[in-house]
Design a binder for this molecule. Sequence first.
Ligand SMILES: [Zn+2]
Length: 348
Amino acid sequence: MRFRTVLLLAYSAIAPAASAAIGDDLLRVHFIDVGQGDAIWIQGPAGECTPAGLNILIDGGPNTGPNNRLITYLETYKLEQGSVIDYMVVTHPHDDHYPGLLDVLRRYQVATIVDSGFPTAGVKYQAFLREAKAEKVGNKSSTLVELRKQPGFQFTDCADLHLSILLSDSDKAGLGSGNSRVNNASTVIRLEYKAFSFLFMGDLEGKDRAAAADKSGTGEKALLSQVPAAKLRATVLKVGHHGSETSSTLDLIRAVQPDVVVIESGRKAFSGTFLPDQSVVDRYKKERPGALIVRTDDGDEAQHLDTMNDADGDDIAILTDGDSLRVRQAKLSSSGKRHWITVKALSK
Ligand SMILES: [Zn+2]
């Protein structure tokens, strides 16, 4: 389906804030600025599966404690302590994805925790899994799903809201080694609501850093070969592995054909380079010239931020009633205040 781009006023006064009224018919997908890392909160529309709508988290960023921006954000937008989170997905056991979820287990009631099942001996991650196993909703024990043991796991299907796992960790060969292998354990999720769809890639990779972008390998090759094309095409793509050169091969971009490209990243240096790689941003611009690219490290380089202060509120919220969709960004104005601005609107 092709969408119409709707003309925008720069500061659209009529649009609600990122999360104005809970319990309406909007699907809200929040990409929270946690610096280098991923944290995504999905608020389902009222009446889809539950009266108030589903709460789903995909990853929680790197920080536990007072610097946990996921918690700050959930509290700012009135997800009150003790509320039920229906699903918590940990895409893979890396430090920029799961530590922030520990505070969520402690403050909220998480019904189902979905773990890749990738075997890791890391002490910190084992401690996280222990807390996940002890989680309860009221007096009822929560469910911990380890996808490697339960590859057939499915989310509850709602009337119009559909969440599915396109890829989860397997012990198949060809998924790289070391940190790349862990990234390729990422759970890849598709979300559909009426005319619009989202693809959340975790840190899935597709090639070696030095390899050309026109040939996909490892995780992206597995995704492209296992999933029908219609299930890969998506309105919004949360780019794999923070926009690193090891992801976003041309085959993947051409299969997804995103209208909105979301990159979650911060100011952590990897061998002297920061994510996203400019080469990857350029690939999206060339392949999808009309697409909007939005980033949680928006302006961080120009402001000379580093890992101590890069989680500074460059949040992105995408709202849709299923017929039209708005991408909103918490932009810093010259007065130093944040304002939610609609930066793209689509209509079916
Ligand atoms: Zn990561």
